[in-house]
Design a protein around this ligand. Structure first.
Ligand code: SF4
Ligand SMILES: [Zn+2]
Length: 469
């Protein structure tokens, strides 16, 4: 595994005094390309900055942990703000509230937390949040700051639908509702080795339900060593064990998790880069073909015109690939479970190229799938389904919602007209093609059960719901 980012490792901890250099080298050998070192108090912040100065791969956070909040006077907070100007400081952290140990009184914790949120806002830096038995209060406070228009409002690309992430809830211990609340407020979530524990319960459930796009990897070294090292000193070299577990929970490959969370670290901390635009990319064991980023719709949840990144794969291409480009990149299609025409765009806009590639894939013994908005017949001004017979094995159609008006609002198109066309297309596909799946975005506003019934009973396709977050 390569390209991993340990977003939370206390390498400055006294536990590493004897062998810190070896610990960092082992992490790099294990595939970590960056380590973010959060601080717990003023002295630790100074040491974090010094460590980041020593190793190009180490980045620092500065701040007072809630345990140490009682030591944070005005002078030391001023120094935290000064330290935050260092170019290797990527966040204010770790800050927050801990009502479990309450090593500092609650009112002091809250005062110091707010003072540091102000520093983050003035410096336009993200925050690394620690919460324990305090998630609702912490969420309330970060939501106040997240609403401020002058904090992390920048966009990575001019047309992006999302501003920069505002921070991360590290070692997340809340429930799924709270995780979504944090994500809606612009935060990311991370889980250390606890997801590898037998009794991982809630953390594992939350980690499997949230799109990888909102997750980071962390070890929280020297604490919480993952299985099979549980109970011993943790170190960032153990990060692949956590990535592997997260991949299982996410039903992705470990490489997918490394790439997606690496991109998350880039958006949050500015570490790394986005990588060049891709004509093809892998997810799990399939190869995805990015024929175009043009689309006839403009879904409110789609960032096609903005960052156009899917699980760390940059799909922003400056020209559309030729049939030959794609065939060259596929190589032997039998290496992949499926060749999927997908990408951030509507593949049927390039129907002829898609059919030619698909025909070749079938000849070579591969399998094909089309992911589509179901508007291909309107786009091409004829019923295109007969042309897919024999070249496309499976079709996944975005149903999005059952309500034509809501469909139009979500996709920013003429709802009734395109909804009707999509349903006709789906019925045609069911009649002629081996496998048809219809997906909805699992949003509270969308009636999932009604959609399932419609897909299964009226259309005769397979139903699937994908998470909105
Ligand atoms: S149909 Fe797909 S590619 Fe087109 S705007 Fe919607 S989500 Fe994006
Ligand atoms: Zn920590």
């Amino acid at each position: 595994m390569t390209g991993l980012v340990d977003s939370h490792s206390h390498c400055t901890s006294r536990e590493f005094d004897a062998d810190r250099d070896a610990v960092i080298r082992r992490a790099l050998d294990a595939g970590c390309r960056a380590i973010v070192n959060p601080a717990t108090n003023l002295q630790d912040s100074r040491e974090a900055v010094a460590l980041a100065d020593t190793y190009p791969e180490v980045f620092a956070c500065v701040g007072f942990h809630p345990h140490d909040a009682r030591d944070a006077d005005e002078k030391s907070l001023r120094e935290i703000e000064e330290l935050s100007r260092h170019p290797k400081v990527v966040a204010i952290g770790e800050i927050g509230l801990d009502f479990h140990y309450e090593l500092s009184p609650r009112d002091v914790q809250e005062r110091v937390f707010r003072a540091q949120m102000e520093i983050a806002r003035r410096r336009d830096l993200p925050v690394v949040i620690h919460t324990r038995e305090s998630t609702p209060t912490t969420l309330r406070i970060v939501e106040e700051y997240a609403a401020a228009k002058d904090w992390r409002a920048r966009r990575l690309t001019p047309d992006s639908r999302h501003s920069l992430p505002k921070g991360v809830f590290h070692c997340f211990s809340g429930n799924l509702e709270e995780a979504w609340q944090a994500i809606r407020a612009g935060f990311m979530i991370s889980f250390p080795g606890i997801i590898t524990f037998k009794n991982a319960g809630l953390a594992a459930r939350v980690a499997s339900a949230i799109s990888c796009e909102h997750l980071l990897l962390e070890t929280d070294s020297p604490y919480l060593a993952p299985v099979p090292h549980r109970g011993t000193r943790n170190e960032p070299a153990h990060l692949p064990l956590i990535a592997q577990k997260l991949a299982e929970l996410q039903r992705l490959s470990a490489e997918d998790v490394a790439r997606a969370t690496g991109y998350g670290a880039y958006r949050l901390f500015g570490i790394g880069s986005v990588g060049p635009g891709r004509f093809t990319y892998t997810l799990r064991d399939s190869l995805y073909v990015n024929l175009t980023i043009r689309c006839n719709a403009d879904c409110v949840f789609c960032d096609r015109k903005g960052e156009a990144v899917i699980k760390g794969n940059n799909l922003k291409i400056d020209r559309e690939p030729t049939v030959e480009d794609i065939i060259r990149e596929i190589g032997d299609p039998r290496r992949f479970a499926e060749i999927v025409f997908c990408g951030y765009g509507e593949p049927t806009i390039r129907l002829d190229a898609m059919k030619e590639i698909a025909r070749w894939v079938k000849q070579e013994g591969g399998k094909t799938r089309l992911n589509t908005d179901g508007h291909g017949s309107i786009i091409n001004k004829r019923n295109i389904v007969p042309e897919l017979v024999g070249v496309i094995d499976a079709v996944s159609i975005s149903l999005n919602t059952m309500d034509p008006a809501q469909y139009g609002a979500l996709m920013q198109i003429d709802g009734p007209r395109f909804f009707g066309a999509m349903v006709d297309f789906a019925k045609e596909c069911v009649a002629r093609l081996p496998r048809v799946v219809m997906t909805i975005v699992d949003m509270p506003e969308v009636d999932r059960e009604r959609a399932r019934e419609f897909v299964e009973k009226e259309i005769g396709a397979t139903f699937s719901a994908r998470p909105y977050f």
